[in-house]
Design a protein around this ligand. Structure first.
Ligand SMILES: *[C@@H]1O[C@H](CO)[C@@H](O)[C@H](O)[C@H]1NC(C)=O
Ligand SMILES: *[C@@H]1O[C@H](CO)[C@@H](O)[C@H](O)[C@H]1NC(C)=O
Ligand SMILES: *[C@@H]1O[C@H](CO)[C@@H](O)[C@H](O)[C@H]1NC(C)=O
Ligand SMILES: *[C@@H]1O[C@H](CO)[C@@H](O)[C@H](O)[C@H]1NC(C)=O
Ligand SMILES: *[C@@H]1O[C@H](CO)[C@@H](O)[C@H](O)[C@H]1NC(C)=O
Ligand SMILES: *[C@@H]1O[C@H](CO)[C@@H](O)[C@H](O)[C@H]1NC(C)=O
Ligand SMILES: *[C@@H]1O[C@H](CO)[C@@H](O)[C@H](O)[C@H]1NC(C)=O
Ligand SMILES: [Cu+2]
Length: 237
């Protein structure tokens, strides 16, 4: 009986995993080396997929801000925006690196984003832009990069958890060691549906939450899910 219950719990969890995968994008590093880049810069992600942005470029001070194809280096109305995340060049810093997780709500519509850092040079104009579900023709990711490089200015972030076609359920973090945030959104985004900016919009006043570590419960859950993925990856294939 207990065995059967475990099996059905596993089966349910496995179905959820099969539907909703995770995509990771490195912020400020390329192939593990510090760079003004998102790596990979364009990905596909279906509804329910969580895109994890990991700020692991050292040193780095970057943002993930939603923009539009026409104006790559300016925030789009109602767009998500992580604010500035500073990661030091500290050989003693072993992480955890801060992350910003976006759940994809509308995979029919491309999501364009940029880094709003303007110092010492505008990162967006250097090509630090990315896309989720960019079309293969027309407004392609490569055209987006060209539009960004030709932009005349870069706009600062408007911190927000909710975006157009994607949302973050939590503020970026954790801020371990001498990692800091500036103009980082706070609170929680509405879980689904609206597409417009909601109660998750940050104040923009600058102070980041200094300690936003996950509860033990969250860590335990993701560890369990990771275990399921490992256990069932082989069986499912
Ligand atoms: C998977 O994605 C679907 C579609 O967005 C969503 O309804 C569901 O809650 C997600 N499941 C999990 C386990 O996140
Ligand atoms: C990160 O960049 C922002 C915007 O340029 C700046 O205000 C902030 O002071 C920087 N953080 C650090 C620690 O340098
Ligand atoms: C950061 O650390 C790396 C590896 O130790 C080093 O190569 C690089 O020069 C450092 N950069 C800065 C700005 O200190
Ligand atoms: C993803 O969700 C959006 C918004 O509800 C919907 O328009 C779109 O058709 C969905 N994509 C798929 C593949 O079902
Ligand atoms: C999803 O994107 C498509 C394509 O742009 C759009 O027609 C549709 O209205 C969007 N759905 C939602 C729920 O916003
Ligand atoms: C990146 O963008 C191009 C179009 O510019 C597209 O053809 C390609 O499939 C995209 N790659 C991914 C992984 O989405
Ligand atoms: C993002 O998701 C990963 C994987 O589930 C998790 O470890 C991390 O704590 C999340 N980050 C935030 C800021 O919630
Ligand atoms: Cu940047």
């Amino acid at each position: 009986m207990r065995f059967a219950t475990s099996i059905s719990a596993l089966a349910l969890a496995t179905v959820a995993l099969a539907q909703n995968s995770t995509v990771t994008i490195h912020v400020g590093s390329l192939n593990g080396k510090q760079a003004l880049a998102f790596d990979p810069p364009n990905v596909t992600a279906s509804n329910g997929t969580v895109v994890t942005f990991i700020f692991d470029g050292m040193p780095g001070n970057h943002t993930v801000a939603q923009s539009s194809f026409a104006k790559p280096c300016e925030p789009v109305q109602g767009g998500f925006d992580s604010g500035y995340i500073f990661v030091p060049n500290n050989t003693d810093f072993t992480g955890p690196f801060p992350t910003f997780n976006l759940t994809i709500e509308n995979d029919s519509k491309p999501i364009w984003f940029y880094c709003a850092q303007s110092k010492p040079m505008p990162h967006c104009l250097s090509g630090m832009v990315g896309s989720i579900n960019a079309p293969a023709s027309g407004n392609t990711f490569s055209s987006f990069v060209e539009v960004a490089k030709a932009a005349s200015s870069i706009a600062p972030p408007v911190p927000a958890l909710s975006g157009v076609g994607a949302f973050a359920t939590a503020a970026p973090g954790p801020f371990a060691g001498s990692v800091t945030g500036f103009a980082v959104p706070t609170g929680t985004a509405p879980a689904a549906g609206s597409g417009s900016s909601g109660s998750g919009t940050g104040s923009g006043s600058g102070a980041a939450p200094t300690n936003t570590k996950n509860s033990a419960g969250t860590v335990q859950l993701s560890g369990f899910v990771a275990f399921l993925a490992a256990a069932f990856g082989v069986v499912l294939v």
